[in-house]
Write a protein that binds this ligand. Structure first.
Ligand code: GLY
Length: 420
């Protein structure tokens, strides 16, 4: 079959790698892709948030199946456009993707279906939000309602921090995403990510992971899109995962179906776990990045069969063939990230290491220029390895990092510390 993946980050490189392990894939196009994806698949320039353009491209290239990577095309209704044109697609409709695109919507769904989550209130003006925070005290969590590229959440340790966050959000720091603000009670515990596929009715867990959101070792410094991840997440034991499935995910999927907006695609539940009890922090309507990289390395080619079964409403017929293994990825980023950073520095050393199903460089923000690989974004490389134990995967990944000759790159030295 001919497959099109939308996106151009490390997540999409990992998806492309997994899809290519499956003999069902005859031809793979990734739009826009990156320098690493270009080595294993065709890359195409395409406005991936323009539904009409994506449908036109899919028809022209006789695409049988489209996999949507990032949230932007989902929130823009690209899955709806493909479904309307009769093209099989992995990714939720715009209405279903509101589980990521609107924090208020998610909270309303949780309240309607009884899924455990933090207490909350919504505000459309700064003065009321600030009065609420002042009365409630800190720690407290301030969230922009809409999509803010992972930056719209402030866990305020003091009332002053919360007041400043409210001023920023209503002041336009996140554009329209901050026109409405959700204030949540602080939840103590350990955070982990639970990934399930939903075909609208059936749900199938496909793995757990933990990522490292802060830029600095020891979880210090500003938040990023994620500086590394590992799978499985020990805190999300089988017992905790079963609770999350029964108390949070299944009720959510049933509520979405009841509202005639069935959720079809991967549902990424960010959970806070305290004393063995999971509560929902947030949903994402896509694979996490870099969590996808470790999930794909563990799932390999079966990921395509699972995504196809999901898109075709056949999830009840399939099972995950679990391997008793571990995967870990270290994100290499450009100096300055998550603040300002330079583009264009040369990255060498990637060819010196044989890549196989145990060790892979997934590219994120990279570009090929005159036969060299150049940094072209904030998060640039995902150095990913698999092992029989987490320690083995970690040692392998950091061994690979040592091979990378990129003086302008930075990375955390402690990925996996919590589990190890
Ligand atoms: N790594 C966090 C995310 O993808 O949202």
């Amino acid at each position: 079959m001919n497959i099109l993946i939308l996106g151009g980050g490390g997540r999409e490189h990992a998806l492309a790698w997994a899809v290519l392990q499956n003999p069902k894939c005859d031809r793979l196009i990734v739009a826009p892709g990156n320098a690493g994806i270009d080595k294993i698949a065709e890359c195409a320039a395409l406005d991936i948030t323009d539904g009409e353009a994506v449908v036109g491209f899919a028809v022209e290239e006789s695409i049988d199946f489209v996999i949507i990577g990032p949230e932007g095309p989902l929130a823009a209704g690209v899955a709806d456009a493909l479904m309307a044109a009769g093209v099989l697609v992995f990714g939720p409709s715009r209405d279903a993707a509101r589980l990521e695109a609107s924090k208020t919507f998610t909270k309303e769904i949780c309240d309607a279906c009884g899924a455990p989550t933090a207490g909350w209130a919504r505000f459309t003006d700064a003065a009321s939000a600030q009065a609420y925070v002042t009365a409630r005290g800190a720690p407290i969590v301030v969230k922009a309602d809409g999509l803010a590229a992972g930056k719209g959440v402030v866990v305020a340790e003091t009332v002053d921090q919360a007041l400043a966050a409210i001023t920023d959000m209503f002041g336009g720091a996140f554009g329209a995403a901050g026109a409405e603000v959700v204030i949540e009670d602080f939840m103590a515990g350990e955070e982990a990510s639970f990934f399930v596929l939903s075909d609208g009715q059936n749900v199938l867990p496909i793995g757990t992971a933990q990522d490292h959101k802060r830029i600095g070792d020891g979880d210090t410094g500003p938040n990023t899109g994620g500086m590394g991840a590992y799978s499985p997440a020990p805190i999300l034991s089988d017992a905790v995962a079963a609770l999350a499935l029964e108390q949070i995910v299944k009720p959510t999927v049933a509520e979405m179906a009841k509202r005639a907006t069935p959720y079809r695609g991967v549902l990424y539940a960010g959970l806070m776990i305290e004393n063995g009890q999971p509560r929902l922090v947030e949903y994402n309507a896509r694979f996490g990045d870099p969590e996808c990289q470790v999930l794909m390395m563990r799932l390999g080619g079966q990921a395509l069969d699972l995504m196809l079964a999901c898109a075709e409403g056949r999830l009840a017929e399939v099972a995950v063939n679990w391997a008793d293994d571990h995967a870990l990825t270290v994100v290499m980023a450009a100096k300055g990230y998550p603040g300002a950073y330079a583009k264009g520095s040369v990255i060498a050393g990637l060819e010196s290491l044989p890549e196989d199903s145990h060790q892979l460089f997934f590219h994120a923000g990279t570009k090929a220029v005159d036969g060299t690989i150049r940094a072209d974004g904030g998060r640039v490389l995902n150095v990913t390895a698999r092992g029989a134990t987490l320690q083995e995967a970690r040692d392998r990944a950091y061994g690979m990092v040592a091979q990378v000759d990129w003086p302008e790159g930075i990375y955390r030295q402690d990925i996996g510390w919590r589990a190890l």
